[in-house]
Design a protein around this ligand. Structure first.
Ligand code: F6R
Length: 366
């Protein structure tokens, strides 16, 4: 039931604090991640893991892209992330002791399932599923698993599935980190930070009224560009996917540093640019990318961390402050304004938000 909400998508966006809290429930204790949360056979496999291949489609693929940053940072394990429809037909090199990870909300996506079956022939250490449907094929056929507990997702555009996948990946990244030399104090600090994610999401949802105003800038636009750096680049990709699938505005995402290598040529007053600006070492680099955009007359909409020092007023059309929390959870937190933006632009354009044209919730054909 949609209850007080106008669409399932809006309801599912607002369910995220609960969905993430449920996904964390019973998985972290006072001394860190609890034993056996990935299954009773997981321990020897995770101890042995020396490389990871993550395979998925669409939004789930974007979650895998964020996970790469985390796993490489915390566990120093090399990660390859690939869309399932490419992975399955490619002659993939599988180093010894590589873990195959399939990510899927539905657990029935044809390409993801086929890629997982193909992986059986490719000599992996084991297969690991991150999935939202316990009785699905992906879960039944995997050796290890971590269920997201988003509950049923009705809106075709994936929202709470994504943030719960990020939550599951953060658990995996921290667990691997602990096994592979992540400093004990840092590990516990990040576990705490992860537990605070539902609160930060709750807080980010409060900016909805500001988003409503910003959505105005997009109603008559045909194109939009999303920019991010580091682990926020996949968040920008996810924001652009949401906008295109429900509002039918052509949107692209770029790592901000790539701007001058081509896409800057597109920038003029008809091209709104959405930038995600968390606080961190890449902030200054991002700011100079944004100046390049502003100098070409591009409308800049910036979602900036509360602590990020931004030059208020001159260099953007709209700036919204978001408390992103720590480095680990910031990608999940900054996803919220982008979901809300896509949602409100689509509502104002009068599209069928929950059932966008040409798309199906579960893509069980190739
Ligand atoms: C986008 C969206 C799709 C799915 C993709 C994979 O909003 O919903 O891109 O993410 O079809 O679906 P699952 O995760 O069920 O394998």
């Amino acid at each position: 039931e949609r209850g007080e909400y106008r669409h399932y998508m809006q309801k599912e966006i607002f369910e995220q604090p609960r969905a993430v809290a449920d996904t964390l429930e019973g998985r972290i204790g006072p001394h860190g991640i609890l034993p056996n949360i990935f299954g009773i056979d997981a321990d020897p496999i995770l101890e042995k893991t020396r490389a990871i291949h993550i395979v998925a489609c669409g939004t789930s693929y974007h979650a895998g892209m964020v996970a790469k940053y985390w796993i490489e940072q915390f566990a120093r394990i090399p990660v390859v992330v690939e869309v399932a429809s490419e992975y399955r037909y490619r002659d993939v090199v599988v180093p010894e002791n590589t873990l195959f990870v399939a990510v899927s909300q539905s657990g029935e996506t044809a390409d993801t399932l086929a890629a997982m079956r193909e992986s059986r022939r490719r000599g992996y250490l084991a297969t690991f599923a991150i999935c939202n449907v316990p009785e699905s094929s992906v879960v039944r056929e995997s050796d290890l698993r971590l269920m997201t507990r988003a509950g049923p997702e009705i809106g075709v555009a994936s929202t709470k599935a994504f943030t719960t996948q990020l939550t599951a990946f953060a658990l995996l990244a921290l667990d691997l980190g602990r096994r592979r030399g992540l400093d004990g104090a840092k590990y516990l600090e990040h576990c705490k930070e992860l537990q605070s994610l539902p609160r930060y999401i709750e807080n980010a949802l409060k900016i909805e009224p500001e988003i409503l105003r910003i959505a105005d800038h997009f109603i008559n636009k045909q194109h939009a560009l999303f920019l991010g750096r580091g682990a926020q680049f996949p968040v920008a990709l996810e924001g652009s996917l949401k906008l295109k699938e429900i509002s039918y505005i052509h949107a692209e995402a770029y790592p901000a540093g790539e701007l001058k290598h081509g896409p800057l040529a597109l920038v003029d007053e008809n091209m709104p640019i959405v930038a995600v600006a968390p606080n961190g070492p890449l902030l200054d680099k991002l700011k100079s990318n944004l100046q390049e955009v502003r100098a070409r007359g591009g409308e800049l909409i910036v979602f900036a961390d509360e602590r990020a020092e931004m030059d208020d007023g001159t260099e953007h059309v709209a700036m919204v402050r978001v408390d992103g929390g720590g480095d680990l959870i910031a990608p999940a937190v900054f996803t919220i304004p982008l979901q809300l933006l896509a949602y409100h632009v689509a509502v104002q354009r009068g599209t069928d938000v929950d059932q966008p044209r040409n798309l199906a919730k579960s893509v069980t054909v190739e």
